[in-house]
Ligand binder design. Sequence first.
Ligand SMILES: CC(C)(COP(=O)(O)OP(=O)(O)OC[C@H]1O[C@@H](n2cnc3c(N)ncnc32)[C@H](O)[C@@H]1OP(=O)(O)O)[C@@H](O)C(=O)NCCC(=O)NCCS
Length: 178
Amino acid sequence: MTRLRPWTVRPATLDDVEAFEAVRIATWKACFRGIVSDQFLDGLTLPPHRIQRCRDAIRDVERSSVMVACAGDAIIGMGMAEPARDEDLTAGAGEIRALYVHPDWQDRGVGRALLASLTAALGACGYRAAVLWTMRDLTPTRRFYEANGWALDGAEDTHDWHGPVHLVRYARDLIEAT
Ligand SMILES: CC(C)(COP(=O)(O)OP(=O)(O)OC[C@H]1O[C@@H](n2cnc3c(N)ncnc32)[C@H](O)[C@@H]1OP(=O)(O)O)[C@@H](O)C(=O)NCCC(=O)NCCS
């Protein structure tokens, strides 16, 4: 992939799912090594239920938003926003469930554009606040969110992905974002 081609952000279609999930898997393998176990990363696949889940989110336009970044015909990034899962949050909170930019395209503003479009979409769906989970030890990603108006809200979790991975939750008000 060349770094010189122009790119745009648009809503995902049902036909995009395999390509944007390939970006997600490539980004996990390139960016999370050392934080997530090799065994987990090397075993990442795209199971049918995951494809179905993405298609359901694309169809659920009242509550969800799935965006892709494209350079020509190639998908170079993806993001997904849905109703928040966590029981401690009030109704009316949305969640950024995925945000990935292919490693060849990072640091060019693609992630910022995807995040802005997801945040705007959550606001347009009527959510008043948004959260997202990221890895505690993923310093560049945490800096990225903090530079884009997100702040830690104190919630923490640990997943067992063939070894413990510590997660932290970020939050932001959507009233001021829209
Ligand atoms: C985190 C992630 C989504 C950010 O996307 P990105 O496209 O790399 O981010 P951006 O380019 O928008 O912003 C990153 C930097 O580029 C700079 N930048 C923004 N627009 C730019 C442009 N047009 N040209 C050059 N640099 C630019 C930003 O200022 C920022 O700089 P900083 O390092 O000083 O903060 C991406 O790096 C990624 O996929 N990482 C791995 C997966 C991940 O952690 N996902 C989140 C899971 S919760």
